[in-house]
Structures are given as structure tokens and as C-alpha cells.
Design a protein around this ligand. Sequence first.
Ligand code: ADP
Ligand code: MG
Length: 398
Amino acid sequence: MNIHEYQAKELLRRYGVAVLDGHVAFTAREAAEVARTLPGPVYVVKAQIHAGGRGAGRFREDPGGKGGVRVVRSLEEVREAAAAMLGKTLVTKQTGPGGKVVQRVYVEDGCDIARELYLSLLVDRETSRVTVIASSEGGMEIEEVAASHPERILRAAIDPATGISGFHCRKLGFGLGLSGPQLRSFEKFVTAMYRAFVELDCAIVEVNPLVVTKKGDVVALDAKVSFDDNALFRHKELEGLRDEAEMDPKELEAVRHELNYVALDGEIGCMVNGAGLAMATMDIIKLYGSSPANFLDVGGTATAERVTQAFRIITSDPNVKAILVNIFGGIAKCDMIATGIVEATKTLHLKVPLVVRLEGTNVELGKKILAESGLAIIPADNLADAAEKVVRAVKEAA
Ligand code: ADP
Ligand code: MG
């Protein structure tokens, strides 16, 4: 689950992570009121959307104008900047061409920046450790730095048994060229960040840029926090931070039904049980010359009801030209899945070709149910056969 920059900063502040004063605003007037409570004389108005690259982004309504991060010098200018953003569509490198409508702005104190650095924390799957990544190249996308100057990326993997210690911070801090009070400020920052990361069960926290101010303080100027969805049940207090307007409606529906769904931009809707099998299904669709419209793992306990909900989400995507169901009946039985498929096909008046591959417990019974349903369901014997048939069905329909 992703949250807005202002929410991330509010949370991190509670852990002692240094952030500037600021507050969210939903209207231009509120933005000016927020600014009145800040020290000034420089204010920054920042569009709140779940995507980065806002500074360099442009508003669809004003392509020749300024971006989604504006530095201004009076309450009147704060109001104007907020008015120019709210309700408008901001297109950045990360939003895709469709952009995102700005519903809230963050009004923050202006910062005297001496240096812009990069800092992130994530779970490194290779070492199975929370890893701190730092770079002197603040403001740039870290993927670009990794490609052009890999030596400018510093890493520290933290052993969960000992947690973070001074030497991790000093190793990174020296690598960034920090010394004296800057180094102490950095150490405090990274230590607080690590505690927040672990206690909140984050998946990634990215601060880009992390700045060193002219006074020598280390402060988060931007903050992107993403929580591990599998741990959200431990943090009921975070649920209220979810901004449904920022989510794909299909993904939102999937969350409500506890389905593991990720919207993609291909044409073949996939319904699979098991994440690994779902990945393999997407791969083989590619191999046969088409592309998946989604990732969907209905889970090991796929019931007829879940199958119907999954179909509803898949078919609400106008890009879907055919559906491939690939189910291995281990815990779930194939006959029960087949019944679910038949019911869903009837209730939803399915109009696109449907290829079904079933394997496992009660597979013969499942196939019989599909064959005797009188519906135009295309059976497949194995994964390759299923992929070939579904890709052919799409090509023939086109
Ligand atoms: P994004 O990454 O979405 O473009 P950032 O929050 O990183 O948004 O802001 C972009 C740039 O704007 C920063 O790199 C920084 O130079 C400047 N900036 C952001 N917040 C402030 C601030 N409070 N004071 C001064 N400059 C800022
Ligand atoms: Mg940024």
C-alpha cells in the first residue's frame, strides 16, 4: 500500500526523522492558511499524487507552465500555486501519459539546500535483510544512477538480530562525504528511519532528495513510503491512510475481496491460483505472442464465490479480449472450480473467449462439468496448449 508524501512525513516525524514543517490542504484557501502558520518567507507547494517526478512534471491544462512542486514567497503566491494545481491533471514520468488528478497539496517550509543526496530502505531479497541504499546523486532516479555510475551507490545490509548501529551510518555517511555535525545528523536520521521501517512493516521507504541544509542538518525533502500488504493486518491504524482515489478501481475491488490482483496493460485476462503459477502463465502468454491484462492469484482456497468475483474484476477491464483460467486443484478441487466458472460465465454473460486449463484433484469431474455446461468454454490439456489456444482466440476475434 502506498501513501502520500505528507502522510509519510507525518508518520516519519513521530519516529524522530527530520522533516520540515508543513501541512496538507484540500483547497487554495486552506493552503494559504497553512502557510500562515509556517515561519516563511519561502514556502513550497507540492502536488500530492502517488507518483514521483512531480517537480519536472507538467499539468495537462497548462503544458507550458510550471510543475507540481513550486517554491513561492508570499501567502498570495501559495494560494495561486495551490489553485493552479488542485483539480488539474499532473503528468510525470511515473504517472504514465494519463497523468493523475491532484486532489490535495502539501504546503511546506522552504529549505536552504546545500546538497541533495539519495537514501532508501528496502528489503533485499538476496540477503533477506533490510538494506539502506545511499547515493550522492540526489534528485536523480536511482535506476539511472545504477546504470551510469554504479560506484556512486552505497549499501549497508542490516542484520535483524543486531539492528542498525553507528558503524553502518558512518560507513554510508563517510561515503557521502559527510563529516562533523552533518554526520551526526545523518546518523540520527538513518537510525530513526530504520526503526520506522521495521516497526511499520514497510516494503520501501525512499527519500529523494535527502538534503543537507546550509546549517548542516540532514532533512527529508521528499518521502515515499510503501507498506508490505501482507503485514497490514498488524497495523489497523494505517488503514485510514489509504487514498482510494489513487488506486486502480480494479485493484481496489480486489483488495476488498482479498484477491491478489495487479492491473497490467495487455489483452489476456488471467485467473490463476498460486503466485508462481500466475507468473508462469503470464510468461507463457508472452512466449506465444500476446500479453497479460493482469496478474491474479485467487489463492489456494479458491471458492466458487471468489472465482465469480475474480471474473467480475477481470471482465471490467475493457482491454481484456480473452480469458485464460489456469487452476491447479490441490486444496481447491477442480469440480468446485469448474462449477464456479460455469456460474460466473452465466451470471456475467461473458462475451470474450474463455480457455480453461484444470489439473489436479477431481480434474476429470471438473472437465465434465465444463463440457456439459453448454457454454463455449475452450478446454486445454496443459499450459502450453492453453496459452496457444487463448492467443489464437484473440487473433481470430480481431
Ligand atoms: P518529485 O520527486 O516528485 O519531483 P520532490 O519532493 O523530490 O518531488 O521535489 C522536487 C525538488 O523540489 C527537490 O529535488 C527540491 O530541489 C525541491 N524541493 C522540494 N521540496 C522543497 C522544499 N521544502 N524546499 C526547497 N526545495 C524543495
Ligand atoms: Mg523526489
